[in-house]
Structures are given as structure tokens and as C-alpha cells.
Design a protein around this ligand. Structure first.
Ligand code: ZN
Ligand code: ZN
Length: 415
């Protein structure tokens, strides 16, 4: 019996891996433009990191983590997201001592035990950036503009950017109370998840996807009306900076993040043609997380982009580059006697950076020409016995059909 890949995983096959390389390269190029450097952290961490860094009450931690004990009974978890791990590394490697502001990006697989659906996997991939150390609104604007520029460079238009502020530990409790006050008489109308959120995390009721919860919270007070002076100024400044950069945005008071360490700016970018899965990028400020992970208070902001969704969007809009399998030259020996010379030519060409290949399956010349066309190859270097005796090859330009007898050492110059 054949063994299949685990449920919720997918192979990225040779036919589509170039698409992944394309979006990854675009992400790397954008990060280079903005001064974000790559960090690669392990795919598994101590479970404790995610309990502290994501929060034990979240769905991710309570229902979706791949947690296991290793042979020494340590509890380890496959990373369900990467911000906590980046913060762990930032502290462990004392990056804060090297510069006041640390700008990092990552690309890699994340793991969540979620119900698989179209475009949603248990091993999925994220691109993300984290800026640790700066508290002013200009870094918030930079992070948002980077995301917009990335998506635009990939060719996605019709993007909707939503922004909100979730306040800070000073002003949020006041809002929380107002919200609970508003929802108090309506708890019967809420879904069971939201009923349990009412006490511990009422703000999450605002972004519940359940329509009945949306209705119940319809007229709820907005947090932006309850912000303290500092949070309010920060948000106003951010809006001014985005406007100055010609970035369109919409205020979305339902854009909330459930945990205490999230502060001030929250944002999301949606790509409407994706329907139910239109959110392609989400992020925000997390001024409380570094401290939560054992460091000094460090103002920070980040974002994450779901790579499967980006690919889905690009595919939908025909924005993926055409596959390029072309090679420079296909070396075609005619008969066993010239195979040795053909192989030597192949090695020399490759050594000099020429994209070259040859037949390894003992095909006749007709079969080899067919293979050369399949690539396609720009040139075919045919080596018959007569040519081989003179150290020459017949070089055929596959586009024009013109053939030319050349010295085998000259092939490279003729390409
Ligand atoms: Zn505040
Ligand atoms: Zn609900």
C-alpha cells in the first residue's frame, strides 16, 4: 500500500515551485528596500514559549498546536506562528544591544491543527516582518506601506486596507467595560464561543464571523472613541502619514486583537476576489510582548502574510510568471562511440555557466531531438562519428534551423 502525505499538507511540486520562488524573491527584494534582514528560527520551540507568547486562552494554543514530548520528556511545539519565536531569539541573542531598532523578516512553514479547507493547510507558509524597538507611528506606517508595496508589486490591485487602534493597558479596560455594558443584555443572542468570551475577552466578540454575533454587537461603542491621549495621538499621526504616502485605508472598529500585549495599531489587508478568505495580510503593534517573554519593555510592530492565499490570488488573476524551462544547449551524441566526447562537452559547458543537458537514456537521435524540443533548447550540439573524429560538433540553432560545424571548444562562444 502506498503511503500518502498527512492530511492538511501538500507537496510543492516542480511544476509550481517556481511560483513560490517568485513570490519569495519579491518578498526578499522588498525587505532589502526597506532594510529588513532575514531571521531563520527553528520550526519547533519549547511549548512554554507559545503559551506565554500567544496566550493560553487563544484558539491557536488551546486547540490547534502540534505539541509533543521528545525522548527526554521535554514538551515541544511546532511553531503555529513566528512572532513569539522571533522575540525569543531577539532576547536570547541580545539583538537589542546591537541597535535601538531591529528590523527582521522571515519566510517559512507554520503548523496548526486546523480543519483543512480549500487554500488552508495544517502546514502553511507565512512571510512576516517584525520591527522591535521603535514606538513612534512612523514605523507603523512603514510596516503597512511595505505590505501594500509588496502586494502591488506582485500585481494585486483592488486591495482594501483596514486600520484600527486597540488602545493600551491604560485605556482598553475602560473600553472593555463599556463594551460589556453594551452586550450585557444580549448574551443570549451570542454564539457559544462568544458567550464564553464575554468575561475573559469581550473584544473578540466584535470580530466573530458568526452573523448573529455581528448583529448583537451592531451598535456597540467603538474603541477609537475611548482611546487615551497617547493612543489617540498615535493613531491620528499614523493616519496623516498614510495619507501623505497616498495609501488608501478604511477605519474598521471591528478589527481587534484579543490579547493584552497587543497595543495601538491593528491592520488588515483584504483582497476581495478571494471571498471568504480575503485577508491576505494582518499585523499590528505588540508593545507588551517582549516584556511578556522576559525582556525589557520594547515597543514593537509586525505583520504576517499568508503565502498560500497570495498564490491563490495571483493564480486567480493570472499574475504568475510563465514557466521558463529553456536551456541553452542540448548535447546529442549519435551512437555510443561519441558519448564520451558528448559528456565531456556537457561538463565543460556547465563549468562555464552554460545551461546544458544531454540524454541519459540511450535514445536515438530522433528521440534526443524530441527531448531538446520539449525543454525547449536554444541549440542542439549534434556529435556524429565523423565530427567527433575532427573534434567538431554540428551546432543547430533550433529557432532558425541553421546548422554550423564548429570546433567543440568553440561551442560556448557560438551560443
Ligand atoms: Zn491608551
Ligand atoms: Zn460569536
Amino acid at each position: 500500500m502506498l503511503i500518502e502525505a498527512p492530511r492538511g499538507t501538500q507537496d510543492i511540486l516542480p511544476g509550481v515551485s517556481a511560483n513560490w520562488q517568485y513570490i519569495e524573491q519579491t518578498m526578499r527584494d522588498i525587505c532589502r528596500l526597506y532594510g529588513y534582514k532575514e531571521i531563520r528560527t527553528p520550526v519547533f520551540e519549547h511549548t512554554e514559549l507559545f503559551l506565554r507568547g500567544i496566550g493560553e486562552t487563544t484558539d491557536i494554543v488551546s486547540k490547534e498546536m502540534y505539541t509533543f514530548t521528545d525522548r527526554k520528556e521535554r514538551s515541544l511545539t511546532l511553531r503555529p506562528e513566528n512572532t513569539a519565536a522571533v522575540v525569543r531569539s531577539y532576547l536570547e541573542n541580545k539583538m537589542y544591544a546591537e541597535s535601538l531598532l531591529t528590523k527582521l523578516f522571515y519566510i517559512g512553514p507554520m503548523f496548526r491543527y486546523d480543519r483543512p479547507q480549500a487554500g488552508r493547510y495544517r502546514q502553511f507558509h507565512q512571510f512576516g516582518i517584525e520591527a522591535l524597538g521603535a514606538k513612534g507611528p512612523s514605523i507603523d506606517a512603514e510596516v503597512i506601506i511595505l505590505a501594500v508595496q509588496l502586494l502591488e508589486r506582485l500585481g494585486l490591485t483592488d486591495l482594501n486596507l483596514y486600520v484600527n487602534s486597540v488602545g493600551c493597558p491604560e485605556c482598553r479596560p475602560v473600553y472593555r467595560e463599556k463594551l460589556q455594558e453594551y452586550l450585557k443584555g444580549k448574551t443570549e443572542e451570542l454564539c457559544s464561543d462568544c458567550q464564553s468570551r464575554f468575561d475573559r475577552n469581550p473584544m473578540r466578540i466584535l470580530d466573530c464571523k458568526n452573523p448573529q454575533c455581528g448583529e448583537a454587537s451592531q451598535g456597540a461603542p467603538h474603541i477609537v472613541d475611548c482611546l487615551c491621549d497617547e493612543c489617540s495621538n498615535h493613531f491620528e499621526q499614523l493616519k496623516i502619514l498614510l495619507q501623505a504616502a497616498n495609501i488608501n485605508f478604511t477605519l474598521n472598529p471591528r478589527l481587534v486583537r484579543g490579547l493584552d500585549y497587543y497595543t495601538k495599531t491593528a491592520f488588515e489587508i483584504q483582497y476581495a476576489p478571494l471571498g471568504a478568505q480575503s485577508a491576505v495580510c494582518g499585523g499590528g503593534r505588540y508593545d507588551g510582548l517582549v516584556e511578556e517573554c522576559g525582556g525589557q519593555p520594547t515597543a514593537s510592530i509586525g505583520l504576517a502574510v499568508g503565502m498560500e492565499r497570495i498564490l491563490l490570488a495571483l493564480e486567480k488573476q493570472n499574475l504568475l510568471p510563465a514557466a521558463n524551462n529553456q536551456i541553452d544547449v542540448f548535447v546529442a551524441p549519435m551512437g555510443k562511440e561519441t558519448q564520451g566526447m558528448a559528456f565531456k562537452l556537457l561538463c565543460d559547458l556547465r563549468k562555464n555557466g552554460i545551461i546544458a543537458d544531454m540524454d541519459f537514456m540511450d535514445r536515438n537521435i530522433k528521440g534526443q531531438m524530441k527531448q531538446a524540443n520539449k525543454y525547449p533548447a536554444r541549440f542542439v550540439a549534434i556529435i556524429g562519428e565523423d565530427e567527433a573524429a575532427q573534434g567538431k560538433v554540428m551546432l543547430k540553432n533550433m529557432e532558425s534551423g541553421i546548422q554550423e560545424l564548429v570546433d567543440s571548444s568553440e561551442v560556448q562562444n557560438k551560443l
